[in-house]
Design a protein around this ligand. Structure first.
Ligand code: 5GP
Ligand code: MN
Length: 334
């Protein structure tokens, strides 16, 4: 982060202010972990922060300290708009373009107060006054740890803040297995453990929270998996009626896409999930090696993300979407 930006933010935080902190739509562990870590940190600086999420967060993150204070824009647009318009600083975390906040974009783009973006996605837009963007980092939470250090306030990281930071580092690194995991990641985590986080318990909260229905849905997803060995690809489809059959709840399909990559010789995995209410097929892509799913999602499926993990959407039917996908993979080198 640029020295002059750090200095400017220090000046801004020198007096108490109303501060809105925004994660991306359908927030994941990193989006919730980073926004709540920053929330608790700003409270300790005697600021008046509030986290406003574009839509609801999944149940498996509801144990995060402070999640009960998070406002959901979609559930209370009027009040959230008012709070956003009264904010004196806005932090946008774990996303790089305002459209990732859905309808909230229209409120955010008309604000004139200083905005601070902290994010690790490729090709960030330039909407923020201060941008701390670096794709080297596996998670925004790792960057929040650095951000607090840049402000010379590392001593303020307590167990609560550390717990939030650890959550995002863990979920975005696939529990420390993705290539973005560095020695620095582990050094930060070592520090968080020394601060007193209960790392094993956090893993339990995050991953041992399955419902019977979710496991049954996982079973269906795995049975639906198709493997195309000649293109080193596997993909899963889930129709709305299948989600309904297993009483789908937000978060239930989290991580399922990764199973495709565990097949020997598979370098591209995808999952296509029909969401009838929004009239879209939500897509996740994962790759192993150099195949850039961020570019693939941007070029073909209205999306983006990182080189090895990206997402997007299709406005066509499942049948048409799969036809398009199969045609695309037959033409590229994976
Ligand atoms: P997931 O597949 O877990 O939803 O997302 C993987 C990565 O791609 C995340 O970093 C997420 O922020 C990004 N991503 C997911 N969906 C979209 C999308 O529709 N547009 C863009 N630009 N990025 C996305
Ligand atoms: Mn992230």
């Amino acid at each position: 982060m640029k020295k002059e930006d750090i200095f400017a933010i220090q000046q801004l935080l020198a007096t108490p202010k109303k501060i809105a902190i925004i994660p991306h739509r359908s927030p994941d562990g990193d989006a919730m972990g980073s926004t709540l870590a920053l929330f608790h940190f700003l409270l300790k600086l005697n600021q008046q922060p509030i986290v406003i999420s574009p839509n609801d967060f999944p149940n498996f993150l509801a144990w995060l300290p402070g999640s009960e204070t998070v406002l959901i824009y979609e559930n209370d647009k009027e009040n959230c708009t008012k709070i956003l318009q009264e904010s004196e600083i806005v932090f946008t975390l774990d996303f790089n373009a305002l459209h990732r906040t859905g309808e909230m974009e229209h409120v955010l783009k008309n604000l004139t107060v200083p905005m601070v973006m902290i994010d690790h996605h490729q090709k960030p837009d330039t909407f923020a006054t201060y941008t701390y963007s670096d794709t080297v980092f596996g998670s925004t939470c790792e960057m929040i740890y650095n951000f607090i250090s840049f402000l010379d306030k590392k001593e303020l990281i307590d167990k609560t803040i550390a717990t939030c930071i650890y959550t995002g580092i863990t979920t975005d690194s696939g529990s420390f297995r993705f290539p973005s995991t560095t020695s620095t990641t582990h050094k930060i985590v070592a520090d968080l453990i020394d601060i007193g986080i209960e790392n094993s318990e956090i893993h339990n909260f995050l991953f041992d929270n399955n419902s019977y229905n979710r496991l049954q849905l996982l079973g269906r997803a795995l049975q639906n998996m198709r493997v195309v060995p000649e293109f080193k690809t596997s993909y899963i489809t889930l129709l709305q009626k299948e989600l309904d059959e297993f009483h789908y709840e937000k978060g239930d399909t989290e991580g399922i896409v990764n199973y495709g990559l565990t097949i020997k010789g598979i370098h591209l995995a995808a999952i296509f999930i029909e969401h009838k209410e929004e009239n879209i097929i939500k897509i996740s892509f994962r790759s192993q090696g150099s195949f850039d799913v961020n570019q693939f999602a941007r070029d073909n499926f209205n999306g983006g993300g990182h080189i090895n993990a990206a997402g997007g959407k299709s406005y066509e039917s499942m049948h048409e979407t799969i036809k398009k996908f199969e045609k695309l993979i037959s033409k590229i080198t994976i």
